[in-house]
Design a protein around this ligand. Structure first.
Ligand code: MRU
Length: 346
């Protein structure tokens, strides 16, 4: 891939600015944890695994910023750093997973001196980023086995290299099938209101030379009913113990349409997206974002001033609509409760 989503360089965090794609490929540099939190909230970086990496790097930056004479003071301030990062976006569980992993590593090394702990946290954040790349490749390997030769694959939102440390989850499956020599093509839903499909998925797939057709969200059913879609592959922000899956708003509609048209509907996600503490999807917190994202496109009003707006950023697809969940540790289908525990090593 010819871009880096996020990296730790010279004790700063570099991120590609996803609000400016596809028009401009700009890389921002962050040297304090609060600006990393703002970047997550402001969608400079987005996508569940990518915000997990960003939060971990934010914790590592925060640890460097802390001025403390004692371990008590350091750990108290580190807790505050973690709280600020945790309050950025509520739905993708990877954010909390990344922060918890950093906290755990800090605690495990409490006996070391503070500079050593800061160094360990930096290394852990870099490790999380590197592991994510390997995880996506493995999701790709498993998922590619489900994609037939000549398939047209519909995807929603962006679950690509931009949403991860690189390669992607849903787009990792597509990339792996393409790399295996299968002649496939992609239909990308534009994904209103943020247009992750139009701006990001189309951008990164075209860069890789994968044939891609952009459609607006309300066209998916038309192409399915015409027999033009072979299967759907999407990412996930949080998967409950029974397989119910939160993903970008509109995913649920795609899944229902797929079932109606007898089209397989696959979810691709790392084990860090599983939240086995939730029995089902009803308790997954759904982020509601500002109405201006619906009423305006690039600052231009497309609705009358004063209209009421709702803007949930995610919806939950019940497990019964999901043909299989593809993880780095294998493919789960049918009995999600048992299968998800198994791939999670629990
Ligand atoms: O609001 P976003 O752009 O962060 O939402 C992203 C999605 O819903 C993705 O499909 C999901 O995070 C999976 S990314 C591999």
């Amino acid at each position: 891939m010819s871009f880096r989503t996020i990296e730790w360089r010279d004790d700063t965090v570099i991120m590609i600015d996803q609000t400016r794609l596809p028009g401009e490929e700009v890389y921002n540099t962050y040297s304090d944890f609060k600006s990393v939190a703002d970047a997550i909230r402001g969608m400079i970086i987005r996508g569940a695994p990518a915000i997990g990496v960003a939060a971990a790097m934010g914790v590592a930056l925060g640890a460097r910023e802390i001025i403390a004479d004692t371990h008590e003071s350091f750990f108290r301030q580190l807790e505050n750093v973690c709280d600020v990062l945790a309050r950025t976006r509520p739905t993708a569980v990877n954010l909390f997973w990344g922060i918890e992993r950093m906290k755990r590593v800090a605690e495990q090394n409490r006996d070391k001196n503070l500079d050593k702990i800061r160094e360990i946290l930096k290394k852990e954040a870099i490790r999380i980023e590197q592991e994510d790349l390997t995880i996506c490749r493995n999701i790709g390997k498993w998922g590619a086995t489900l994609i037939p030769e000549g398939a047209t694959v519909l995807t929603h939102c962006n679950a690509g290299g931009l949403a991860t440390a690189g390669y992607g989850t849903a787009l990792g499956v597509i990339r792996a099938a393409h790399e295996a020599g299968k002649k496939i093509q992609v239909f990308a839903d534009e994904t209103r209101p943020w247009l992750q499909g139009a701006r990001l998925t189309a951008w990164e797939l075209l860069k890789d030379g994968i044939p891609t057709t952009l459609i607006s969200d309300n066209m998916a059913g038309f192409f399915m009913s015409k027999g033009e879609i072979t299967c759907c592959v999407v990412g996930a922000d949080r998967i409950a113990a029974n397989g119910d899956t939160a993903n970008k708003i509109g995913t649920y509609s795609v899944a229902v349409l797929a079932k109606e048209n007898n089209i397989p509907f696959y979810v691709a996600a790392p084990v860090s997206t599983l939240d086995l503490t939730l029995a089902d999807g009803s308790k997954i917190p759904i982020e509601e974002r500002p109405g201006i994202e619906v009423t305006h496109i690039k600052g231009i009003a497309i609705a009358p001033e004063g209209v009421n707006v709702r803007n949930p950023a995610f919806d939950v697809t019940p497990a019964r609509f999901i043909t299989a969940i593809i993880t780095e540790n294998g493919i789960v289908k049918d009995d999600y409760r048992a299968g998800l525990r198994k791939v999670a090593g629990k």
